[in-house]
Design a protein around this ligand. Sequence first.
Ligand code: GLC
Length: 551
Amino acid sequence: MTQGAEWWRSAVIYQIYPRSFADGDGDGMGDLQGIRERLPELAKLGIDAVWCSPFFRSPQKDAGYDVSDYRDIDPRFGTLKDFDDLVAEGKKLGIRVIVDLVPNHSSDQHPWFQEALKSPKGSPARERYMFRDGKGRNGELPPNNWPSVFGGAAWTRITEPDGTPGQWYLHIFDSSQPDFNWDNEEVREEFKDILRFWLDRGAGGFRIDVAHGLVKEKGLPDVEEASTTMSGEEETNKPKDRTKPHPFWGQEGVHEIIREWRKVVDEYDDRIMAAEAWVLPLSRMAKWVRQDEYHQSFNFGYLEAQWKADQLKEVVSESLVEFGNVGAPSTWVLSNHDVIRHATRFAYDQVPKQGDGIGPDYPQPDVAKGLRRARAATSFMLGLPGGAYIYQGEELGLPEHTTLEGKYRQDPTYFRTKGERVGRDGCRVPIPWEAAAPAFGFSKTGESWLPQPEQYGEYARDKQDGVAGSTLELYKSLLKLRKDHNLGLGSFDWVAEYCSEQSLGYQNNDILVIANFAGKPIELPAGEVLVTSQVGLDGVLEHDQVVWIKL
Ligand code: GLC
């Protein structure tokens, strides 16, 4: 664990997707007990904190991102005591536990939404959400043209308590996830209270879900382009030069809310908030991490860059300048529970749009190519100064499940688009621990809420632990060296000699990192080779390979 009040500036944070990490009670769904039991493995890996995707009480229509009680643990995942035990175990091992806060919307089963449905139009209960009259002669058309990120319209019409067709409510995601009205004082107070609830219980901080979506433009005007991506852009790497801001992504009003939260978090010693804000360009995203706002923001520009020298050079330079301008550390991330795992993504030149996923009908990846590039990409990322995020399983080189059949799919995207977009289940499959155990050690009974592909056995942790050259050992080496050489708080300079169309080189403190993307081998300079993304160097760096050299 990195120490000190500003530990987050250089932290490596490991994302746990609780359903799929480890199942302690054998019902096929991961849980808090499972996380606690496996936490020593993460301590061995060398991370500073875990961020757990939501484990709150929830009907699980969007895998827990639909919360019906923000102050309790869903029985599928355990109890509040299990949470306390997890935090205590984390303290022993030097691992902070970060909680995933979902403030943009609740579940439609949340008591507030249920109350709103039973209350009349214009009532205080309806004011906590975004209810509007429909358009058309009888209000039969949605109030505007906003699309749901998961497909279809972002509005659903309700039946009023007297049985007549009534108002519509907004849901930027699934219809089971009604958006809160963030102009409402009660909503604001409630969330400050929820922050305190988890901070008092010892949470290390919060990952804030859909942090850029809370505030909607007054009058709810139509969107120009009905994109279903989380940024509102068709291509995140090429944000459009908009004449006016998007009506529900990245509205300026969000900053006032963030500042209120920051005050609450600052009442405690060293807790943090990290924003899921798909806002581009990075100069705009940097505004989310000004000194009195979030501590960190995920760098989705970096995540969406391809494994190409020019794209990475641009996004790294831009990130360090833009985040640096506001005194914030940059963060780096390659995978999470919403995108195609990078060990699979990098096997393709072009991948489906964020959130769409890969199914059996899509051209299948070259697994070896993807893994080689993924190991190189991680070796490139973990040498950069700032904070880094790792998604469970990537330390095993785990690929996406790309042949999951429709009958197993659970992502609302799959259902809302009638299977046209297969969705995100492929990156959410339970991870393998022991090659020879039932469900590869995920659960003692062999149960698993999504089927694991047979090949996952080859990636099991016990087959890699202590095995020279394994992806797990590569991650351990990179994380240890990162700490030993203080790279998280280090300096950064491109090394011109190695920067070309096919390669990049940078120096951080006393470490030179060189990446060869394609083409001919690169002669290695003098210096001690500390680690390389592929074993065997023979004096040259081959394509899709990264090396760290001590100068
Ligand atoms: C975020 C989460 C995603 C979820 C969505 C709605 O983007 O990362 O998994 O579906 O918010 O809460």
